[in-house]
Design a protein around this ligand. Structure first.
Ligand SMILES: [Zn+2]
Length: 399
């Protein structure tokens, strides 16, 4: 690290706005969010280094690059969060209340949310777009780097450019992550997990990812800002695993549950039927099929014990593009027990028995992700309806 780098760090540590660099030319805006979880300082470090690299290139930069800190208080204390997980409280309702100044933050992390939303809203108001939101994280277990994204064709199309595994469907399992909310607004938004919390490689990967993103969004000429080494670094770190995966299982840790992951699992590790994965209240939990383990929990804070993922065959990926582009979902309401939640036709209400019969897979193919609504029904939301595809028509990756 050079002297210049370390100066940047002391200046900007623990600020909401790590940096904001406006280029001399029109173009998109990337909003990097770092330290959404306070025990994941790698993104903050990488952003400080990135700022020093982009600042001298301002006169050639098309658009703007912003770096925001998520949970400043938690970053300062080195904990995932202080009172409540900042990345689980972004419901549409909550955001509306904050914007209408009707929300009173009772917890410290909620106060962070109010400030962070304000910083995001300021950028949305001042820049012309298109907007890209990228949330920088690390994991408690050792891992290859990967992207997590809500399944819209727009998100898929953008993220498939990275030499990284892409995990779809997290929105069915997590309540209120910031990026699901940003997706509701129709922007490209996704998370990048660089590696293990304390692994110094995570900083390099966050930086390489950020540099490559600036290139993929068409903001700097490659002769001025070469990214070959960045792409190479990510490709090597991901060990050639560059497929699309979907989450099909989550072990949710109940309040007060005594959960322990069986030691030694690494992210993406293959697991086979009958293999012991964890213990809950002293009883073993076994894999019920062959799959890969995803985000095994090896820290005390957090409510997801582990997930299981499987690779999505490329024929399904292609088929779903075809089906979604032809609005085949309009036929779903012909099925018994399936009807529109409202006249705007953005969400379906589906009888749970029907969903069981016509496997959830079909709804997934058509762009729907389900959440439990009540005991007997799912609410299935169409990810395509909100996408602002037209805002990205001129993007280099759309061609
Ligand atoms: Zn995180």
């Amino acid at each position: 690290m050079t002297l210049e780098d370390s100066l940047v760090e002391t200046k900007t540590d623990h600020q909401r706005k790590l940096f904001s660099i406006q280029g001399d030319h029109d173009g998109p805006s990337i909003i990097f969010i770092a330290g959404m979880h306070g025990n994941e300082p790698s993104g903050v470090r990488a952003m400080q280094r990135l700022a020093g690299m982009i600042e001298p290139l301002k006169s050639s930069l098309k658009g703007a690059v912003h770096g925001l800190t998520g949970n400043i208080g938690a970053v300062q204390s080195g904990e995932r969060y202080l009172d409540t997980d900042l990345n689980r409280i972004w419901s549409v309702q909550r955001v509306a209340e904050i914007r209408q100044k009707k929300f009173v933050a009772l917890e410290r992390d909620e106060a962070e949310q109010v400030e962070l939303l304000q910083a995001i809203d300021e950028i949305l108001a001042s820049d012309s777009g298109p907007f890209y939101f990228m949330d920088l994280h690390t994991t408690s277990s050792d891992t290859i780097p990967f992207v997590v994204v809500n399944d819209s064709l727009l998100n898929r199309r953008y993220t498939r450019q990275y030499p990284l595994p892409i995990i779809l469907g997290i929105e069915e399992y997590l309540d209120g992550p910031l990026l699901s909310y940003i997706n509701e607004l129709g922007y490209v938004a996704f998370g990048f997990e660089a590696g293990q919390h304390e692994d110094p490689n995570s900083i390099d990967r966050h930086l390489a990812f950020a540099r490559l993103s600036i290139h993929l969004c068409g903001m700097l000429d490659e002769r001025l800002f070469p990214v070959r080494e960045d792409a190479q670094l990510l490709q090597e770190a991901s060990k050639g695993v560059t497929h699309f995966f979907e989450i099909f299982y989550r072990h949710r840790i109940a309040q007060g549950e005594n959960f322990a992951m069986y030691p030694g699992y690494v992210n993406f590790q293959r697991i086979s039927l009958g293999q012991q994965l964890a213990t809950s209240e002293g009883r073993p939990i076994y894999a019920d099929r062959n799959a890969r383990v995803f985000m095994p929990l090896y820290q005390t804070q957090g409510s997801e014990g582990f997930f299981a993922i499987r690779r999505i065959p490329s024929i399904f990926l292609k088929l779903s593009i075809l089906l979604r582009n032809s609005n085949a979902d309009r036929l779903l309401t012909w099925l018994p027990g399936v009807y529109w939640a409202s006249a705007s036709r953005e969400a379906l209400i589906v009888d749970r028995n029907v969903a069981r019969f016509f496997a959830k897979q079909i709804f997934h193919l058509l762009g729907y992700r389900s959440r439990r609504r009540d005991r007997d029904h799912y609410i299935m939301k169409n990810r395509e309806a909100a996408s602002r595809d037209e805002a990205y028509t001129d993007a280099p990756w759309m061609g």
